[in-house]
Ligand binder design. Structure first.
Ligand code: BEZ
Ligand code: FE
Length: 301
């Protein structure tokens, strides 16, 4: 392996990696080398541009912490996270579609302690002085044939009337985040405030790169939800809001038409009183449709 030229470099590098004993790892490394070399040749990458790319990675490392990964954000804004999410969660027509997880999910317990559990029908708004647009979110976790799914665990999280997630202002403790379990009827329901559009973190190299390229840094408003139920595929998704100005240029490519709902205005005083809200309030009624996990579907055959 001497005298590498423009013409034979890729072949020589692939040969150097060719004893790789792990077939899947080999497939990935070989494809990565090949595509990177094609990319370098195609754009005729200059030394200054190569150095700028390395500096970008250093800046990502400098600003990343266990809670905040600028590398993941880079994957998000380049559409890689969304593509990985989509190809790994192919579902039939009628099942709820996946969308990106984002950085603000908290598994059972985070820095602020265990994520609070809310009973079906509970109130997630908490501090009434924060303002916001009160909303009743409800629906059923079910199969495509309509059968309700009992014992599903739902995790909801969203931003507040100031556009921030609880993790971005930890002094308030957890808010607008909960776990909820379905009973035999599969129902979930809670009152909350309507989420707002927000920008991806603006203090790191990902946003700087986007702003340099004149790309939108905003995400459309959304309610995040992850659902796990024994015997079913885990679903991670987001519910968007019809009319949001960022639906067609989401900074991280998470929007799917089936996830865009009309957060309709309900004027009924009676309905509002029953929910502990004032009329008018907003309402979404949305069923979450899970697919049986592959093993469960095979066992049933
Ligand atoms: C979010 O939806 O929370 C999010 C996703 C990707 C990047 C930044 C935020
Ligand atoms: Fe989000």
């Amino acid at each position: 392996m001497r005298d590498l030229t423009e013409q034979n470099t890729t072949e020589a590098v692939l040969a150097a990696w060719s004893d790789n004993p792990d077939p899947r790892f080999k497939q990935i490394v070989d494809a990565m080398i090949s595509h990177l070399h094609v990319f370098v040749r195609e754009v005729q990458l200059t030394e200054e541009e190569w150095a700028a790319a390395i500096e970008y990675l250093h800046k990502c490392a400098d600003i990343s912490t266990p809670e905040r990964s600028e590398f993941i954000l880079t994957s998000d804004v380049l559409g890689v996270s969304s593509l990985v999410d989509t190809i790994n969660n192919r579902r039939p027509e009628g099942a709820t579609e996946n969308s990106v997880l984002g950085p603000f999910f908290v598994a059972e317990a985070g820095d602020l302690g265990p994520v609070p559990e809310l009973e079906v029908g509970g109130d997630l708004i908490g501090d009434r002085n924060r303002g916001g647009d009160p909303t009743h979110v409800h629906g059923v976790v079910r199969r495509r044939d309509g059968t309700p799914i009992e014992g599903a665990e739902l995790n909801f999280w969203q931003n507040g009337p100031d556009g921030l997630y609880d993790m971005q202002e930890p002094d308030r403790g957890y808010n607008l985040r909960c776990r909820m379990f379905t009973g035999a009827d599969g129902r979930f329901a809670f009152t909350t405030t309507k989420p707002l559009p927000y920008t991806i973190p603006l203090d790191g190299p990902a946003a700087a790169m986007m702003q340099y390229a004149k790309r939108n840094v905003w995400r459309p408003a959304h309610l995040h939800v992850r659902i796990e139920a024994p015997g079913y595929e885990r679903l991670t998704t987001e519910i968007f809001n019809e009319g949001d100005e960022y639906l067609d240029n989401d900074a991280v490519f998470g929007v799917k038409n089936s996830l865009v709902l009309d957060w309709r205005v309900n004027e009924s005083r009676e309905d509002a009183e029953g929910l502990g809200l004032a009329a008018p309030f907003r309402e979404i009624n949305y069923d979450i449709v899970l697919e049986p996990a592959a093993e469960a579907a095979e066992a049933a055959e």
